[in-house]
Design a protein around this ligand. Structure first.
Ligand SMILES: O=C(O)CCC(=O)C(=O)O
Ligand SMILES: [Fe+2]
Length: 310
């Protein structure tokens, strides 16, 4: 599917599923480093990997946040195809990555079946908007094949949900009761009946708007494992869409290793000013060379004004 058709689907449905969007040759380096973050399926299920305990009993315990122990996985979060897709769907040339997580799930580790929900409560200070320039974009990126038995996310088209108010936000599966104002416990058969599965091969990207209903599903394949990334993009001017700031972990060697390998375009997605910006002066370039000794500063220095008097 080309980016224009993807944008049409995303506008109409609130999501688009792009099977195998990242080709194997661009995925391979990240996949080969998965074990720097997570146990293999064998290591988990045979009990030979001591890191397995972390995943037991809590579906969210399998999440690592950017910058990752694998530089290749960090680079994949801003793969050129992913950035082009984000720019096309947000219809903006200045986009920021505001969250990036890698997530491992293992059959039997815990119950991954979720209630239908939107993610907006921890992706924006406000509520989702579909006004041009005000949308936020989330993506699931599969690092392994995710057939139905390995718990793909299920999504609901906006055609079925456009009139649902911002609160409640969780529409519980049948048989549960709750009086929390964010929960709806009516069972919502018409919503669950309209789910679309995001099952797909490794490299599949599911792009969805922060107001789109979706949910994680159960892993049932014996000895199964699912590896994915969850990304969030916004127009750079959309200051209310946020989860944390990247500088908070800016001293970590994983961050520096990523910066040393990234392109100016990839770094711009984290907030680096573009070449030609007034930030780039001899003074800042000298400092950047000390902070990031292996970063090639040529793209920014060729656009900087000459140092006065030197
Ligand atoms: O990992 C998935 O398939 C979906 C998870 C999800 O929607 C969530 O945790 O908010
Ligand atoms: Fe979610």
């Amino acid at each position: 599917m080309d980016l224009e058709s993807a944008a049409r689907d995303w506008l109409a449905d609130g999501f688009v599923i792009l099977p195998g969007f990242i080709p194997a040759e661009e995925l391979g380096a990240a996949v080969s480093e998965l074990e720097l973050l997570f146990p293999s399926a064998e290591g988990f299920h045979d009990g030979t990997d001591p890191r397995r305990e972390r995943f037991i009993g809590d579906e969210f315990a399998g999440i690592d946040t950017f910058p990752f122990a694998s530089t290749e996985i960090s680079l994949l979060a801003v793969n050129h195809r992913i950035l082009a897709l984000a720019q096309a769907l947000l219809d903006d040339n200045s986009i920021h990555l505001y969250t990036a997580e890698a997530w491992a799930k293992y059959t039997g580790a815990c119950d991954y079946d979720q209630d239908l929900h939107r993610d907006y409560l921890n992706h924006t200070l406000l509520v989702p908007s579909t006004a041009p320039g005000c949308r936020q974009l989330e993506m699931f990126v599969f690092l392994s094949d995710v057939p139905e038995e390995l718990g793909p996310p299920h999504l609901l088209s906006r055609r079925h949900t456009a009139d649902i108010p911002a609160v409640p936000n969780w529409f519980l599966r049948p048989g549960q009761e709750s009086d929390w104002r964010f929960n709806d416990d009516s069972g919502s058969p018409e919503m669950y009946g309209a789910e679309v599965s995001g099952a797909g091969p490794a490299g599949t990207v599911i792009a969805f708007e922060a107001g789109t209903f979706h949910r994680g599903t159960r892993l049932t394949a014996p000895r199964g494992a699912r590896y994915s990334m969850h990304l969030g993009f916004r127009p750079s001017s959309l200051s209310w869409g946020q989860r944390a700031g990247w500088a908070a972990r800016g001293f970590e060697r994983e961050w520096v290793a990523f910066v040393h390998r990234a392109t100016p375009r990839q770094l711009q997605a984290f907030g680096f000013p573009p070449p030609g910006h007034t930030y780039w002066t001899p003074q800042t370039l000298t400092g950047m060379a000390l902070r990031y000794p292996e970063l090639d500063l040529t793209p920014w220095s060729t656009s900087a004004p000459a140092l006065h008097g030197s």
